[in-house]
Design a protein around this ligand. Structure first.
Ligand code: SF4
Length: 335
């Protein structure tokens, strides 16, 4: 079957995703005469790269722009401005005929396995749909490929799952189906948007282990979106911390967890529960202010909540992300 072999040229250390000055603004508050009053800055001038074979975690609270970023990378949402290059393809320039090859290289795993699978389709139809759309293989070859993928994601024997419907499966099994569907065309890059957050804790661990194994087997690069730092630490090579549309810190996962530099990253990490109640953890140190994503003030986005804000923070624009320590980047005037 003419599947692209995504295992070729893997782990070469080159860049698979390059994002530069990416912005997504949504108009809000249109009035009676459809005049635009304000813009919601969902993603506001972010830049990052993902190396081939790497898992980059995008971490932050709800509404920080991480899902919008993921959707722009797979071209489910069009950016307002900025550039996205995925596996040498300029995502903004893709049109009609180019979309098929792009969808083979780039896939997305969604958060909710209950909503992301069509309840009227069998598991075979769901998993084989990307093969059909891209005209890959004949029916026999597709059956073979779907069986192979179901087995690989732990739904074995595949014959017992192929012709069932999503409602006949558990949440964990549905998410495995969603993973099989995303990987059936052998993508090089996958955006995984909180794929374990809707699952019970016991099932979550199995799906996380599966994602790790698949990364090893297929050499896939991931952008892994999560609000859960423990998950990011387990799965990701590096972590980018987002706050109100801005990336405020990027470094290796262990480095971010053990040595957070940005005041928001420090607050986020101090809020992670620890299993041993005897271990004292500092109370998250933030002020009670609220920053607004609609026509935000040009100063630091974290200013209203920052416990160490100074006059320079009030008077200056949002700080640039810069290398504070070796390969450890943060956006703060005081660093
Ligand atoms: Fe806080 Fe100022 Fe740093 Fe922003 S720039 S995080 S307000 S110290």
């Amino acid at each position: 079957m003419a599947l692209p072999d995504s295992r070729l040229d893997r782990d070469t250390g080159d860049t698979i995703v390059s994002v530069k000055n990416l912005k997504k603004y949504y108009p809000v508050g249109r009035g009676l005469f459809r005049r635009q009053h304000a813009l919601l800055h969902a993603v506001d001038d972010i830049s990052f790269e993902v190396a081939r074979g790497e898992v980059l975690g995008l971490v932050g609270e709800s509404g920080c722009g991480k899902t919008t970023t993921g959707r722009m990378l797979v071209r489910l949402t069009n950016p307002t401005s900025g550039s996205i290059i995925v596996d040498q393809t300029d995502v903004s320039s893709i049109s009609g005929a180019d979309m098929g090859p792009f969808r083979q290289k780039v896939q997305m795993i969604f958060q909710d396995p209950y909503e992301s699978l069509d309840p009227r389709m069998t598991i075979f139809d769901i998993v084989s749909e990307p093969l059909n759309v891209n005209h890959i293989g004949n029916l026999e070859q597709r059956e073979e490929r779907v069986a192979e993928m179901l087995t690989r994601v732990g739904l074995a024997p595949p014959a017992t799952f192929m012709f069932r419907f999503p409602h006949e499966l558990s949440g964990g099994q549905r998410q495995r189906v969603a993973i099989a569907r995303a990987l059936v065309v052998n993508p090089t890059f996958v955006v995984a948007d909180e794929p374990t957050s809707m699952l019970d804790v016991s099932i979550r661990t199995g799906v996380m282990k599966l994602l790790t194994e698949l990364r090893e087997d297929f050499g896939i690069s991931y952008l892994y979106i999560t609000h859960d730092l423990a998950v990011a630490r387990y799965l990701c090579d590096r972590i980018a911390v987002m706050y109100l549309g801005k990336i405020v810190e990027i470094a290796g996962s262990e480095e971010v967890i053990r040595n957070p530099l940005h005041p928001y990253a420090r607050a986020l990490i101090s809020a992670v529960p620890v299993p041993d109640p005897a271990i004292a953890r500092p109370v998250p140190n933030v002020r009670g202010g609220v920053s607004k994503p609609i026509n935000p003030h040009p100063r630091c986005r974290f200013y209203e909540r920052c416990p160490v804000a100074q006059k320079v923070c009030q008077d200056s624009d949002h700080p640039e992300l810069r290398e504070v320590e070796g390969n450890h980047f943060a956006a703060c005037h005081l660093l």
